[in-house]
Design a protein around this ligand. Sequence first.
Ligand code: DGL
Length: 263
Amino acid sequence: MIGVFDSGLGGLSVLDALVAALPNADFIYFADSANSPYGNKSEAFIQSRVLAIGDYLADSGCTMIVVACNTATVAAIQALRSRHTSIAIVGVEPGIKPAALSSVSRKIAVLATEATAKSDRLAHLITAHAQAVSVDIVACPGWATLVEQCDLNDSSLTKDAAARLLPLLESGVDRIVLGCTHYSFLTHILQPIIDTSDNNATLVDVSEAIARQAVRLHQDNGRGGGSIRLLTTDQPKRLIDALPLLGLDLLATRVHSVERVAV
Ligand code: DGL
């Protein structure tokens, strides 16, 4: 059993890639929607949620936990790993390394929540992998909440995205890292803004790289029934109704239950 969790719906973008890569595995997806967004919360709060959810997933029999949330990963992956030494733990970190390696203009940007944007771990990633390029860190408050509401065509979001992206594109940035799993559901807004500029910038999304890492670490590949159990700390109906709104119709056909849990 593989446990996947996020503050809410964003990690479904990672779950989608995981299910494609491990079609026979059984998954639990845990959405902490009652506490979403994490991006404007303190590190101590995020850590306490990650540890509580990690304990719940471990007690539910998960042999692997995927922290499908950059904000939770930067705040608490070390603590989670120290607590569950016999479980494979995969985190999601902004794709600074692939962006820096592939950038031709030597200018990259990362879009992230406020908590990730100001984290030591992001600063460390940049020091470790992006010394030779310039990196713009752009916090995007409110974006994850709009995804939570499945408000994917909100006009203020389109305006806000253009205001953040156009100056980057004009300055020659050619790799824009999606440093929050919720933002994978906003590419239909971000890509057209990029297409209006002439520097051929690319969005960098690490979901498929995370799925490859999970395949490498997964011990019982081939076993299981390929089922998905959805858990949420908020309304189950909100979670199941979100799947088609986020374009995850295929994933929805694999879901065999959805429940509210108090964790
Ligand atoms: N999806 C999350 C991330 O990757 C967190 C968004 C939020 O809850 O603020 O950072």
